[in-house]
Design a protein around this ligand. Structure first.
Ligand code: KIV
Ligand code: NA
Length: 267
């Protein structure tokens, strides 16, 4: 089957909902792709769910490049979008193009960056370089220190107007889609109706062109998942049970069994 392109994602608006999920390595990318998602996001959430940081601030380009390369080796049918980590695109347009280019060389099909109209110059420069860009508005975790934590967005008239204007400016700058995070459902719906490019929502209600979840939340691996996440499995308890059984069998001398080993000569 042929690979999903940015063009395919744009054309899904109004026709078919877009299913996006994060993955950070080869094995999981293979599985989520086989499950049939449209977009795999190598999110900077990797810093929290894989590397154990409290925020996404410590995530570096080197970390992102390793995870993007790992996912890309799965050769998924799904579109691979790579998050631009904190400080890889804010200091200058040149640095943003260089870093986005590195993510593309590592195997990404597109990049995602946080921010609204103030990022227009960066988005334009990336698009000019041939790099498809996904926007990310509403709750932008890389700015959680500035906006006062992981707060719900779009509740006030001022914030609602800001989000709508940011979405419009990002579309004008050339993004092919926009993630809307932890934003009032009616506001996300308004953005969705207003834009020609698809919106992909997380914690922002059903009136969007698609949804995204962090894989570890979806699988029930996260100890304290956000309130908007849905766990479709309880892998935490499955893993604890399986590894616990293994440890017990080792201690009891039950594992390994005869089929798991060999001798140098007949005994
Ligand atoms: O890093 C991430 O996983 C994300 C999604 C929550 C949209 O940006
Ligand atoms: Na992210």
């Amino acid at each position: 089957s042929t690979r999903i392109t940015v063009r395919d994602i744009v054309k899904m608006k109004g026709r078919e909902k877009i299913a996006m999920v994060t993955a950070y390595d080869y094995a999981m990318a293979k599985l989520v792709d086989q499950a049939g998602v449209d977009v795999i996001l190598v999110g900077d959430s990797v810093g929290m769910v894989v590397h154990g940081f409290d925020t996404t601030i410590p995530v570096s380009m080197d970390m992102m490049l390793i995870h993007v390369a790992s996912v890309s080796r799965a050769r998924p049918r799904a579109l691979v979008v790579a998050d631009m980590p904190f400080l890889s695109y804010e200091t200058s347009v040149e640095e943003a193009v260089r870093n986005a280019g590195l993510l593309m060389k590592a195997g990404a099909d597109a990049v995602k960056l946080e921010g609204g109209g103030e990022m227009s110059d960066v988005v334009r420069a990336l698009v000019r370089a041939g790099i498809p860009v996904m926007g990310h508005i509403g709750l932008t975790p890389q700015r959680s220190f500035l906006i006062g934590g992981y707060r719900r967005r779009g509740l006030s008239e001022k914030e609602r107007d800001r989000i709508l204007e940011d979405a419009r400016e990002l579309e004008r700058a050339g993004v092919f889609s926009i993630v809307i995070e932890y934003t009032a459902a009616d506001v996300a719906g308004e953005v969705t109706r207003e834009l020609n490019v698809p919106t992909i929502c997380i914690g922002s209600g059903p009136f969007c062109d698609g949804q995204v979840l962090v894989l570890h939340d979806l699988l029930g691996l996260t100890e304290h998942p956000p309130p908007f996440a849905k766990a479709y499995a309880d892998l935490r308890s499955m893993i604890i049970k399986a590894v616990g059984e293994y440890a017990k069998e080792v201690k009891a001398g039950v594992f390994p069994e005869e089929k798991h080993y060999f001798y140098s000569k007949k005994t």
